[in-house]
Ligand binder design. Structure first.
Ligand SMILES: [Zn+2]
Length: 136
């Protein structure tokens, strides 16, 4: 993986690195360790299987959608969830299934549990309302 140190990329200071079409840009002074390289390699694998450009389109669309949802939009993006979850597994790319990121598009367990609770509460309310109407 080609690593380029740049003052200008990534454009925001709070971001450590950015992977553009498989080239890895980091701010000067950032400690480029194996974990960070592995994280970016996972992104490169995601990009390759989507032929690069669609990766960025999907990434931005998902980020835009997740901004309107609960939680950290960036950390909820499917591509990021896969990369963060497996960045410490340095052999991950050797056994990774193609399009593995797709399963990370789903809400996480905590979000699904919250939604289920909300639905159950709604059904309970609706049932009690219907029962009250039936009595009247
Ligand atoms: Zn990432």
């Amino acid at each position: 993986m080609k690593v380029v140190r740049s003052k200008y990329l990534p454009p925001l200071r709070r971001h450590v690195a950015i992977n553009l079409f498989g080239v890895f840009f980091v701010h000067p002074g950032v400690n480029v360790n194996e974990r960070l390289i592995n994280h970016e390699r996972i992104h490169t694998a995601q990009m390759r299987e989507l032929l690069y450009l669609p990766f960025y389109i999907i990434y931005l669309v998902e980020w835009g959608i997740r901004l309107m949802m609960r939680g950290n939009a960036y950390l909820s993006i499917g591509f990021e969830r896969e990369a963060y979850l497996h960045e410490c597994d340095l052999d991950y790319l050797d056994h990774r299934k193609p399009y593995a990121w797709v399963k990370y598009l789903r809400k996480n367990k905590k979000q699904r549990r919250r939604k289920r609770k909300k639905t159950l509460r709604y059904r309970k309310l609706k049932n009690s309302h219907n029962n009250e109407q039936a009595r009247d």
